[in-house]
Design a protein around this ligand. Structure first.
Ligand SMILES: NC(=O)c1ccc[n+]([C@@H]2O[C@H](COP(=O)([O-])OP(=O)(O)OC[C@H]3O[C@@H](n4cnc5c(N)ncnc54)[C@H](O)[C@@H]3O)[C@@H](O)[C@H]2O)c1
Length: 315
């Protein structure tokens, strides 16, 4: 800076004149506040989140997504910029209704319009390999590619080992284990030719611990299978660009757990007392983890598990 600027004589104004011209204190404060707000707003415009977390330009699919955690994963994807999404659930009309609701909700307080989204609902029973294959065909016909798949469809039942009817055990494995396998296999079949993608299998903290007091041996064993399935598939497809990870929630408040709690009011208190954070999780508590696993933010991560359980497994 030129020294001439400093040597320039300042205009001489008498103190009383200067004070007379000064605006009242509240105006000065209001102006200062507005200057700060403008500065903050200007800064907010340039603040960005890590671009790798963006789901923009990714085609996503979530199974068991008409409600519960699966539905929340869809919401998280849309909030992170995804506009192409397939919602799969047992009944096509429920999946389609969920798709409509999601688009409607996404346009509230947003510059986006319904036409900016291509969200579809597809009827699919994940325990049937044919049904899963047909759903993937529809997704590929609609979008031409598939980037991130989350296998969330699952059930839980509480029977003691001696009382558990075998047909029900088989059904649980068909949905929770074989359903996750069919979903992952079909995802990889479509992802490999396009250069890769991300698959997230929803396991559970029950893959790592034994829940008490409710008996649920087949569920726990099924979730342990899902966790090791993710690791095994990750190794098979690692060099082909397909990553497979698993997300293991603790006790979350969804229809699945509400059904159990409806018969036993005390159980919620027991679960909360066993959770270091002292509460059950809200489905939204999983949003960050599912976006991380499904986005490029986790690009060097495969065969891993993220537990989101309020600390349940550490004690
Ligand atoms: N809620 C929890 O506390 C919790 C904890 C750990 C793990 N999980 C796991 O998270 C996943 C989702 O659980 P949730 O709490 O959202 O359950 P939920 O019952 O609220 O929702 C499950 C969804 O899956 C669908 N579904 C069931 N069988 C299906 C099938 N054969 N094909 C396609 N869709 C099917 C249901 O219609 C429903 O929409 C499950 O795999 C569950 O084991 C849940």
């Amino acid at each position: 800076m030129s020294s001439r600027l400093f040597s320039k004589p300042l205009p001489t104004v008498s103190r009383s004149l200067a004070l007379a011209r000064r605006p009242p204190r509240h105006v000065v404060l209001a102006r200062a506040e507005s200057t700060i707000n403008t500065a903050v707003a200007a800064k907010a415009r340039v603040l960005k989140t890590l671009p790798e977390f963006s789901m923009a330009n990714k085609v996503c699919m979530v199974t068991g997504a008409a409600r519960g955690l699966g539905n929340e994963f869809c919401r998280a994807f849309i909030q992170s910029g995804c506009t192409n999404l397939a919602i799969l659930d047992l009944k096509e009309e429920e999946a389609a209704e969920a798709a409509q609701e999601l688009v409607k909700a996404s346009c509230v307080d947003s510059d986006m319009e319904p036409g900016d989204y291509n969200v579809i609902g597809i009827g699919c029973d994940v325990s049937s390999e044919l049904s899963v294959q047909q759903a993937f065909r529809r997704v590929m016909d609609t979008y031409g590619r598939i980037d991130s798949v989350v296998a969330s469809a699952g059930i839980v039942e509480n029977y003691s080992a001696f009382d558990y009817p075998f047909d029900r055990i088989k059904r649980l494995y068909d949905i929770n284990v074989h359903g996750a396998f069919f979903t992952a296999r079909e995802a990889a079949r479509n992802m490999i030719p396009q250069g890769g993608g991300s698959i997230t299998l929803v396991a559970s903290m029950s893959a790592n611990i034994v829940n008490i007091p409710q008996p649920q041996t087949p569920y726990n064993a099924a979730k342990a299978a899902v966790k090791h399935m993710a690791a095994s598939l990750a190794v098979e497809w690692a060099k082909k660009g397909v990553r497979v990870n698993c997300l293991s929630p603790g006790y979350m408040l969804t229809k699945l757990t509400k059904t159990i709690l409806a018969h036993d009011q005390e159980l919620k208190k027991t679960w909360e007392s066993l959770t270091p954070m002292g509460r059950m999780g809200d489905p939204e508590d999983l949003a960050g983890a599912v976006v991380f696993l499904s986005s490029d933010a986790s690009r060097f991560m495969t065969g891993s598990e993220i537990r989101v359980d309020g600390g349940y497994c550490i004690i």
